[in-house]
Design a protein around this ligand. Structure first.
Ligand code: ADP
Ligand code: UDP
Length: 231
C-alpha cells in the first residue's frame, strides 16, 4: 500500500492518503496533549504501543459485531483504515465516576455507576468540546437519529468486552464513529490515550491520567496495558 499525501495531522495521529481512495494510513505519534492541548509532551514509545493496542482491540470488537475502520497493521506505528466521513461527536461511555463527570456533578472519583452512562461531546476544539445531548446533535445536524442509535449500540458493545478478563477496570472511554458507504463504522482509536484503565485489584491508573496529572510511570503504564491486551 503506497503512502501518498498527508491529509491531516492531529494531536496524536497523522492521516495519509493511499493509492486507494477508500483507504487511509493512520500513523500513531508519541506526542501527548491534555486539557485541550494546553499541556504538551511526549510519551516515549506511545505510537508503537498504541498501534498494537488499538489493532488488537479493533479486531476483538469486530469479532463481536462492531463494524470498524480497521483493515490491517502496516508497520510499527501505522495501520491501514477505511476512510470515514467522521461524525463530529465524541462518544464517552462511563462505568465509574472520574474526570469531568466527577467535577461536573461533585461526585467522588472511583464511585461505581449502577448502569453505564453514555455521553456526547461536540468535537470542536475552539469550543472546548462541550457536552451535548441528542437534541443538540439533531439541531446541529451532526447525525441522524438512526445513526445515533447505531453509535449508542456500538458504544455499549465495546463496553461489554475484553478488559475485565485481563485484570483491567474499564472506568470510561471515548470513541469516534464515521460514515462509510452508507454504514456507521467505529473509527479513530481505542488506546490508553482515550480510555481510563485501572488495575482491577489495586486501582492503579494505567492510562493517560498519569501524564495529565504528572503521576510518573507513564511509559510503564502503557507498556503494562500493552502486555495485558496483546500479551
Ligand atoms: P485530534 O484531531 O483530536 O487532534 P488525532 O491526532 O487523534 O486527534 O487525529 C486523528 C483524527 O483523525 C481525528 O480528528 C479523527 O476524527 C480522525 N479519524 C480517525 N479515524 C478516521 C478515519 N478512519 N477516517 C478519517 N478520519 C479519521
Ligand atoms: N477523552 C478523550 N478525548 C477528549 C476528552 C476525553 O479521549 O478530548 C476520554 C478520556 O480519556 C476519558 C473519557 O474520554 O477516558 C472521559 O473523559 P472526561 O470527560 O472525564 O474528560 P477529562 O477529565 O479526561 O478531560
Amino acid at each position: 500500500m503506497e503512502r501518498r499525501a498527508k491529509i491531516y495531522e492531529g494531536k496524536a495521529k497523522v492521516l495519509y492518503e493511499t493509492d486507494d481512495p477508500d483507504l487511509l494510513i493512520q500513523h500513531f505519534k508519541d506526542d501527548a496533549t491534555a486539557f485541550n492541548a494546553q499541556k504538551r509532551g511526549t510519551i516515549v514509545g506511545k505510537g508503537g504501543m498504541n498501534t498494537r493496542i488499538s489493532a488488537t482491540l479493533f479486531s476483538y470488537v469486530a469479532e463481536h459485531g462492531v463494524r470498524t475502520h480497521f483493515v490491517k497493521v502496516l508497520s510499527d506505528r501505522e495501520m491501514l483504515v477505511r476512510r470515514l466521513q467522521m461524525i463530529k461527536v465524541e462518544v464517552v461511555m462511563r462505568n465509574v465516576v472520574a474526570g469531568s463527570l466527577a467535577k461536573r456533578l461533585g461526585l467522588p472519583e472511583g464511585q461505581a455507576l449502577e448502569q453505564p452512562v453514555l455521553e456526547f461531546y461536540y468535537k470542536d476544539d475552539a469550543l472546548g468540546d462541550p457536552l451535548i445531548n441528542d437534541d443538540h446533535v439533531r439541531m446541529l445536524r451532526l447525525a441522524t437519529a438512526a445513526e445515533m442509535e447505531a453509535i449508542g449500540d456500538g458504544a455499549f458493545r465495546v463496553n461489554e468486552f475484553f478488559f475485565d478478563q485481563r485484570g483491567i477496570l474499564l472506568v470510561d472511554f471515548k470513541l469516534e464513529f464515521g460514515r462509510y458507504k452508507g454504514e456507521i463504522l467505529l473509527g479513530d482509536e481505542i488506546t490508553p490515550d482515550g480510555c481510563r484503565l485501572w488495575d482491577k485489584g489495586t486501582r492503579e491508573k494505567l492510562d493517560k491520567d498519569r501524564f495529565r496529572r504528572d503521576l510518573g510511570g507513564v511509559e510503564e503504564a502503557y507498556a503494562e496495558v500493552l502486555r495485558r491486551v496483546c500479551g
